[in-house]
Ligand binder design. Structure first.
Ligand code: ADE
Ligand code: ZN
Length: 326
């Protein structure tokens, strides 16, 4: 993708980025060699060629398989540091990044190992690259709610390092309501709340309703299907509840890029933002995602600036930081 000078120069805030989704094939091989992990691929090219997804499930298979090389705190540090270096070059000022502790604790890697590696990278990124960041802990919705609750409690010693909680992985058959108690507890503990509503399933609009009315999240990840329920669009607009859209990701795991829906939501007063989801798997970091919005819908510069400004507004950064990154 050719990135226009305007998109390149736009100060950016990323609110929907799975740090495990930034694991590029070359780092995958490097970590596999370092850790003595055998990969089912002979080369980086072969890995890349296997990234052909036709739905969320096929992506998730590759995503979780890739994590087998992440074992030590240094691995998580390297993963995050590579990401920060890349996006510092795309004029990213601040990132609220998801991590999936259960994708690691479920295979015997300690919570502390994961978060301490990420944390060290965050500190270095701020000092050396001028990129600020915060962590959002995601629960895997295809696991039981009890495991999410146990993970929430396990996070408590690290409470100051985590800004909020989210919900990701396979949405089909795993509605937001399944995690209502976990999220109520998380709110009590002072965490900000968000959830993925990313799949074009029959009950997608009902999931969005649960997220907004029952769980009462602070923002919604993906969620463009809210357009099926005008009263919920109005609710999001009037409550300043924004949405984190990921155009390139949507072309792989959804019914299309949804770029047309973004301009519609924008017109109706919903705070729309542009993000990258799992850039190593979907082939585009945040600048490529902004560029996609331009190339596909001819969105003008004022609208792009508004999307970028929305990300600052609906971020969970403290006021002093918001001023610095705007
Ligand atoms: N985990 C990582 N990326 C995801 C996505 N796009 N949807 C659901 N779960 C995810
Ligand atoms: Zn996501």
């Amino acid at each position: 993708t050719a990135i226009s000078p305007f998109v390149q120069g736009l100060p950016k805030v990323e609110l929907h980025l799975h740090i495990e989704g930034t694991l590029e094939p070359d780092l995958k091989f490097k970590l596999a060699a370092r850790n003595g992990v055998e990969l089912p691929y002979a080369s980086e090219e072969e890995v890349r060629a296997s990234y052909q997804f036709d739905d969320l499930a096929s992506f998730l298979d590759a995503y979780y398989e890739g994590m087998s090389v992440l074992l030590t705190a240094e691995d998580f540090y390297d993963l995050a540091m590579e990401y920060f270096r890349k996006v510092a070059r795309q004029n990213v000022r601040y990132v609220e990044m998801f991590f999936d502790p259960q994708a690691h604790t479920s295979r015997g890697v300690e919570f502390h190992t994961v978060i301490s590696g990420l944390r060290r990278a965050q500190i270095e990124a701020r000092e050396q690259l001028g990129v600020d960041s915060a962590l959002i802990m995601c629960f895997l919705r295809d696991f039981q709610a009890e495991y999410a609750m146990a993970t929430l409690l396990e996070s408590l010693p690290y409470r100051p390092w985590i800004i909020g909680v989210g919900l990701d992985s396979d949405e089909t058959g795993n509605p937001p309501a399944k995690f209502a108690a976990v999220f109520a507890k998380a709110r009590e503990l002072g965490y900000q709340l968000t959830m993925h509503c990313d799949v074009d399933i029959a009950d997608s609009a009902e999931h969005i309703r649960q997220v907004l009315e029952d769980v009462r999240v602070d923002r919604v990840d993906h969620g463009t299907n809210v357009l099926e329920k005008p009263e919920l669009v109005e609710y999001m607009a009037s409550h300043g509840i924004g949405l984190t859209s990921c155009p390139i990701s949507n072309t792989w795991v959804s019914d299309g890029s949804k770029v047309g829906l973004l301009t519609e939501l924008d017109k109706r007063g919903v705070k729309v933002t542009v993000n990258s989801d799992d850039p190593a798997y979907f082939g585009g970091y945040i600048a490529e995602n902004y560029q996609r919005v331009v190339d596909e819908a001819g969105v003008d510069k004022e609208t792009l600036k508004r999307f970028a400004r929305n990300a600052v507004d609906i971020s969970w950064a403290p006021a002093s930081l918001k001023e610095r990154i705007a």
